[in-house]
Write a protein that binds this ligand. Structure first.
Ligand code: CO
Length: 273
């Protein structure tokens, strides 16, 4: 297979390029050909180099805070050379509030300080060869799990006061819980009542009282996704999917990776990608 060619560039006046050099080396380690422009390149020089080197993707790094003007200028310079088909991604020090602006201008993706070179390399490979991609984002919030002492006592607020529809009540003996699904649009509220003392919901109620327990994200291929998360070093509570309510396949991600929020991945029948 032809090697992916990446131009790593630093527009503007940044004083050092350690981060860019680390990224360039990491991408080489993933089998890519990396051309690095060096410090203090103008958007025109970057676009020119990208065209001359016939690269597949441009990675811009900015630390100086000038990304809001410089990144869109690179896109403009590419457009001027009929090269707007070369995707441009960015990273460095980019405040999250600037990300929607840059995406809106046409930058394909911004990598923040929390992401890894591993994720960056995977993203580039999947962008260039979409056949390798199996990482579609979760489709929607499947449900929000709420721990309650007693479903019957809790229901009236949802069905009478809010007027929502109770869709199903089910006991999941293996988990020691009774669940009630309340439909809200395409999502659900899932009331969870403990059936015995060993239930995780019992322990949650004793520790924290009633309240939000987890957020469930609907995914396509839960098995593949669990493998991918594992490869990324995301701590999982369940490394294999198990059967949950309404015949779904579910697995939990450890809350320490997600700001204290317990996330469930779930895949319902007929929701294969
Ligand atoms: Co759930």
């Amino acid at each position: 297979m032809k090697k992916i060619r990446v131009l790593v560039a630093k527009p503007g006046l940044d004083g050092h390029d350690r981060g860019a050099l680390v990224i360039a080396q990491a991408l080489r380690d993933h089998g890519m050909e990396v051309i690095y422009t060096g410090l203090r390149q103008s958007p025109a020089q970057i676009a020119q180099a990208a065209v001359q080197e016939d690269v597949d993707v441009i990675g811009l790094s900015s630390l100086s805070g000038a990304h809001r003007t410089l990144f869109p200028k690179v896109l403009q310079e590419l457009d001027d050379r009929n090269a707007s088909d070369i995707p441009v991604i960015g990273g460095g020090v980019i405040p999250s509030e600037d990300i929607p602006y840059l995406l809106d201008k046409g930058i394909k993706k911004i990598f923040t300080s929390g992401s890894s070179t591993e994720l960056l390399a995977t993203y580039i490979m999947e962008m260039i060869d979409p056949k390798t991609s199996s990482k579609k984002p979760p489709k929607q919030i499947s449900h929000i799990g709420i721990a309650v002492e007693n479903i019957d006592a809790a229901l009236s607020f949802y069905t009478d006061s809010l007027g929502l529809e109770l869709e199903a009540v089910e006991k999941i003996e293996s988990e020691g819980v009774k669940v009630a699904f309340i439909k809200i649009g395409e999502s659900r509220l899932e009331l969870l009542e403990p059936l015995n003392e060993k239930s995780a919901i019992r322990k949650f109620l004793d520790k924290k009282g009633e309240g939000i327990h987890h957020i469930a994200l609907e995914v396509g291929d839960i098995r593949t996704r669990l493998q991918q998360l594992k490869q990324q070093g995301i701590p999982l509570i369940n490394e294999e999917a198990k059967t949950g309510a309404r015949n779904s396949q579910i697995a939990f991600i450890h809350p320490k990776t997600a700001n204290g929020v317990l996330y469930e991945l779930c895949q319902h029948e007929g929701s294969d990608d």
